[in-house]
Write a protein that binds this ligand. Structure first.
Ligand SMILES: C[S@@+](CC[C@H](N)C(=O)[O-])C[C@H]1O[C@@H](n2cnc3c(N)ncnc32)[C@H](O)[C@@H]1O
Length: 292
């Protein structure tokens, strides 16, 4: 695991104490929509990469039923522990939550050699180092004709509020000021419009790409604003700050939200699904020729 991935794991472990406070309004709607759009059926096998606390893995497990299997893979052991507890509470026995780096994940032997029936990645792909290569590799774990689904923030989502967090936290956190905002450090901006997202999914070896816009505007209450700092990747903005400084960041954010007249936070999300196209192997090409 590289340094960046280890940092990401630490950030989401730290965020795990409040991550779930955003499940009902943010992670959950996208995760359920993704599982639905994948068109999962009983008996399907699913890889949920960057599964977190299971926002898409758990509805996927419900959809594939007892004869299906879901592998939820994430590098945050604390978030996975939350996911396991929810699965237990929902009596779902067909989902395994595994702590691993998805960029090196190999399908275990309980998955047919042709690959998974579906891959889901909700709000995770842009954290992967070398995102394009990592995504193409994950698509390669899905069988020909299988389904792939990804969610990402739409262009502009959370932008105004993220700027507030960055402006206020970087007064206290000089490392943050130097490294730049989370958005500036990830390749999300390359795939955050329906057009660029669709082209990117097709480039990774899929066809029939369908991109839906899931609008999600939430009132910018003090509670939501703070949960968004402590329960997401923004948590890294608080690294190295003591309790007094953290309290000052919270006050500073509340003041800036008022000063800048921010009344809502935009969580609008792109939900992309597609079908995997595997290039014909030498053996299948020969078969096609001899049948012609
Ligand atoms: C914003 S959270 C989304 C979690 C979940 N999919 C959801 O929608 O609630 C991003 C997740 O990606 C995970 N992640 C980032 N890089 C990863 C990697 N290389 N391997 C596995 N998980 C990774 C993080 O640990 C985190 O749980």
């Amino acid at each position: 695991m590289g340094d960046d991935t280890a940092d990401t794991a630490r950030t989401f472990d730290d965020a795990s104490d409040t991550f779930d406070l955003l499940t009902e309004t943010v992670w959950g709607p996208a995760g359920r929509t993704l599982a639905f759009q994948l068109g999962l059926g009983p008996g399907d096998t699913v890889l949920d990469a960057c599964c977190g606390a299971g926002a898409s893995a758990l509805p996927a497990a419900a959809a594939v039923g007892p004869s299906g299997r879901v592998h939820g893979v994430d590098i945050s052991s604390d978030l996975l522990e939350k996911a396991r507890l929810i699965a237990e509470a929902q009596a779902l026995q067909n989902v395994d939550f595994v702590c691993a780096d998805v960029t090196t994940w190999e399908a275990p032997s309980d998955i047919p050699a042709e690959g998974y029936d579906a891959l889901a990645i909700s709000y995770g792909v842009f954290f992967l180092p070398d995102m394009h290569r990592a995504f193409a590799r994950l698509v390669g774990l899905v069988r020909h004709g299988g389904r792939v689904g990804v969610t990402v923030w739409r262009e502009g989502a959370m932008a105004e509020y993220a700027q507030v967090v960055f402006d206020v936290a970087s007064r206290f956190n000089l490392d943050l000021a130097e490294r730049g905002s989370l958005r500036a450090r990830t390749p999300l901006g390359e795939i955050d419009t329906p057009r660029t997202f669709e082209a990117w999914m097709a480039d990774a070896g899929t066809h029939s790409v369908d991109v839906r816009v899931l609008s999600n505007l939430l009132p910018a209450t003090d509670e939501l604003c703070w949960n968004l700092v402590t329960g997401t990747g923004y948590r890294a903005a608080l690294n190295g700050l003591d309790d007094e400084e953290i309290a000052a960041v919270r006050r500073g954010i509340a003041d800036e939200v008022t000063t800048r007249g921010i009344h809502t936070i935009d969580f609008t999300t792109l939900v992309g699904t597609a079908t995997v196209r595997r290039p014909p192997t030498a053996a299948s090409a020969h078969l096609t020729q001899s049948r012609a």
